[in-house]
Design a protein around this ligand. Structure first.
Ligand SMILES: Nc1ncnc2c1ncn2[C@@H]1O[C@H](COP(=O)(O)OP(=O)(O)OP(=O)(O)O)[C@@H](O)[C@H]1O
Ligand SMILES: Nc1nc2c(ncn2[C@@H]2O[C@H](COP(=O)(O)O)[C@@H](O)[C@H]2O)c(=O)[nH]1
Length: 219
């Protein structure tokens, strides 16, 4: 359990949302569009570290922190990752300190990670809400990867080969969304996030009130 979860009375803590999907289903596009609708600074996407080479147009520190394998291994050893995993032959990980500080500052954090990372985060942080996105079909998934135009045929083939295995973990998530029509899926995602925010704020208020009662009775 993290420091944040040990102190639920810190009622300004942000909420942690995990968004996972097979590669190409649209999770990064959905998170980006959601954040573009909420520009008040109350939501932030986590920028992961990866050993994957940058794609054309990707910027270091914006899309990922691009690091080499030795640096990644050193970070694992120093326990600097909140979670990490090997995905499609590369390493990916979420910075522990950034997540904890951002949540503590009251900002909601979105993690765009795979199922292995999602499982680790839920172990550390059970109140994280996990949303799984699926494409309307496998054929559409492949079409999206091809139309994105950023990966070689070999990389696309590897991602397609692993899509079914990734999707077999959908039951480990709190919500399942089908990203068929983009705006519909975005609206559904926004409803979930806003409803969860409200539910968690009420829960934090209740915890704070209970604690106040207990302290008053003791005092
Ligand atoms: N509902 C949709 N309809 C049509 N195209 C979509 C839809 N959602 C996303 N796309 C497109 O599909 C492609 C893949 O989307 P995106 O990069 O967001 O996927 P991803 O799940 O984040 O993939 P990865 O895990 O590889 O990062 C992009 O070109 C995006 O514009
Ligand atoms: N467990 C983690 N998975 C991550 C992280 N950052 C990204 N990912 C997942 O990797 C694949 C491939 O991403 P791509 O950018 O190479 O297309 C995708 O499923 C991402 O969600 C992370 O920090 N931890």
């Amino acid at each position: 359990m993290t420091n944040i979860e040990q102190h639920p009375q810190a009622k300004t803590a942000g909420n942690l949302f995990i968004i996972a999907a097979p590669s190409g289903a649209g999770k990064s596009s959905l998170i980006k569009a959601l954040l573009a609708r909420h520009t008040d600074g109350s939501m932030q996407v986590s920028v992961s570290c990866t050993t994957r080479p940058a794609r054309p147009g990707e910027e270091d520190g914006v899309h990922y922190h691009f690091i080499d394998e030795a640096t990644f291994q050193a970070k694992i050893e120093a326990q600097q990752f909140y979670e990490w995993a090997q995905v499609f032959g590369n390493y990916y990980g979420t910075s522990r300190v950034v997540i904890e500080e951002t949540l503590q500052s009251g900002v909601d954090v979105f993690l765009d990670i795979d199922w292995q990372g999602a499982r680790q985060v839920r172990e550390h942080y059970p109140s994280a809400r996990a949303i799984f996105i699926v494409p309307p079909s496998i054929a559409v998934l492949e079409q999206r990867l091809r139309l994105r135009g950023q990966d070689s045929d070999e990389v696309i083939a590897e991602r397609m080969a692993k899509a079914q295995a990734e999707m077999s973990h959908y039951h480990e998530f709190d919500y399942l969304l089908v990203n068929d029509e983009f705006e519909t899926c975005l609206a559904d995602l926004e409803h979930i996030v806003l409803a969860e925010r409200q539910r968690m704020a009420l829960q934090q208020q209740r915890h704070a009130a209970t604690l106040k009662d207990l302290l008053a009775k003791r005092g």
